[in-house]
Write a protein that binds this ligand. Structure first.
Ligand SMILES: [Zn+2]
Length: 445
């Protein structure tokens, strides 16, 4: 009777726009029905317990870490070949008990920090040795670092940017004032999580790896804004209120620290004890990286203090501190740029500039270029062109952005560059004057 109940079912999927049309499915297991556990005997959740009982896994500072499993994904770490063979034997016993077969093609061996040559078999087939493999979205490699993972994330980031830009362009004209806004929203909700997913468990990221992620994000943002590659990155972060990637990573790590400290799961508590022991032996470990992140933000809490703070209060504190630090750092960087240090405006508060939502992406790009001195005027690119040159219109003055706005040889009216700081309806008109002047300038050449 129950078997027949599971035989066919009409299914409709709930979506944010209502339910889809019903369709029928055969031979499915309804969640919570008496057949569920029998049909789904492929679940391996009792495997770690089974291994733990037989002392399998790895021992670090007297704490036993059994193999981990998530539904049907298992990972097991060992100090030596013998232990690996023992755990494998355990797996074979376990599969016989569960009456299932592990597929040798889905089993992999990674050897770290050693060159031993050995074979392990499952169901009489040799398991393949690989340099890297994925476990729950985390790429584990034999080099024991995260460089390979970063390389993969960087590639994913680049293709995500192209995907997002192509998708938005189908729906929204690139001239609409929604274009940049939509892409920014997707940048925060899709791109950033895709790049830093799981970064709470990463060890310290090297400058080289961080640089790779920065280049990926910066070049993508420049594509969205349609500005030259040489545009200073700090000005993009300041104008759009975007946190540099290192702060996104820092934020995720410190929020994850709170999750670990509040966890009731024994193995997580044990791991924390190991980390504390490693740190007292002055070894580089995950916890040490956490403390250096805290010091960077001038936070001197003990682990017990962090544990006693509520999660929401901790989150608020971390976000506030990170925003403060990033804002100061970006402003300092901006002032250190020879070209930008004497901008007629200064960033007092950090917010997405109003013009991105007010004007078309075309005008927004012109306003952005004006504010960051990226208009195609010789002086703005003096570091790449080298020598200074004269205004192509009047030939009486050096070709600077200031002069370009005030030069009387153009037929379009003069431009008040202060307007680009104080957002007024006139900003739009003046941006159009810039476009006119640029066209006139190009015709002159
Ligand atoms: Zn001139």
């Amino acid at each position: 009777m129950i078997y027949l109940l599971n035989k066919t079912s009409s299914i409709a999927v709930k979506t944010p726009f209502g339910k889809t049309e019903e369709f029928s499915a055969n031979n499915l297991v309804k969640q919570g029905t008496i057949h569920g556990p029998v049909f789904c005997c492929s679940s391996l959740s009792s495997y770690p317990e089974f291994c733990n009982k037989h002392g399998m896994g790895i021992k670090i500072n007297n704490i036993q870490i059994p193999p981990l499993s998530f539904v049907d994904d298992i990972i097991s770490i060992h100090n030596n070949e013998i232990d690996a063979i023992k755990t494998n034997a355990c797996a074979e016993v376990f599969q016989n008990r569960k009456r299932l077969l592990f597929n040798v093609k889905k089993c992999k061996i990674i050897t770290m920090n050693t060159e031993t040559d050995f074979n392990i078999q499952i169901n009489n087939d040799n398991i393949e040795h690989v340099k890297s493999a994925k476990y729950l979205g985390h790429l584990i490699s034999d080099s024991n670092g995260i460089s390979l993972l970063i390389y993969e994330r960087e590639k994913a980031g680049r293709s995500t940017f192209s995907e997002l830009i192509a998708t938005v362009e189908v729906i929204i004209s690139s001239h609409s004032n929604l274009y940049i806004q939509a892409l920014l929203k997707l940048f925060h909700t899709v791109l950033i999580p895709r790049i830093i997913h799981n970064c709470g468990v990463w060890g310290r990221i090297t400058n080289n790896d961080l640089q790779k992620l920065n280049i990926c994000v910066n070049s993508g943002l420049k594509r969205i804004l349609k500005v030259p590659v040489s545009t200073p990155n700090c000005s993009i972060y300041l104008e759009l209120k975007i946190l540099p990637i290192k702060y996104h990573i820092m934020k995720s790590k410190l929020l994850y620290l709170k999750t670990v400290l509040s966890s009731d799961i024994q193995i997580i508590r044990d791991m924390l004890i190991i980390q504390c022991q490693l740190i007292s032996q002055n070894k580089n470990c995950w916890l040490k990286d956490m403390f250096s992140n805290l010091y960077d933000l001038n936070l001197y809490h003990t682990l017990l203090e962090i544990k006693s703070i509520t999660s929401s209060a901790w989150k608020t504190l971390i976000i506030e501190k990170i925003n403060q630090k990033a804002f100061t750092e970006l402003n300092d960087e901006l002032r250190s740029k020879k070209k930008l240090h004497q901008l007629s405006y200064d960033y007092k508060t950090w917010q997405v500039q109003e013009y991105f939502s007010k004007y078309s992406s075309f005008i927004s790009s012109i306003v952005f270029k004006t504010r960051t001195k990226m208009l195609p005027i010789t002086d703005n690119f003096s570091s790449s062109y080298g020598s200074q040159s004269d205004c192509p219109k009047c030939k009486n003055s050096i070709d600077t952005q200031e002069h370009f706005f005030k030069c009387s040889e153009y037929s379009s009216p003069e431009i008040d560059d202060n307007l680009f700081y104080h957002m007024t309806t006139e900003t739009n008109i003046h941006a159009n004057h810039i476009i006119q002047r640029l066209e006139e300038r190009n015709n002159k050449h």
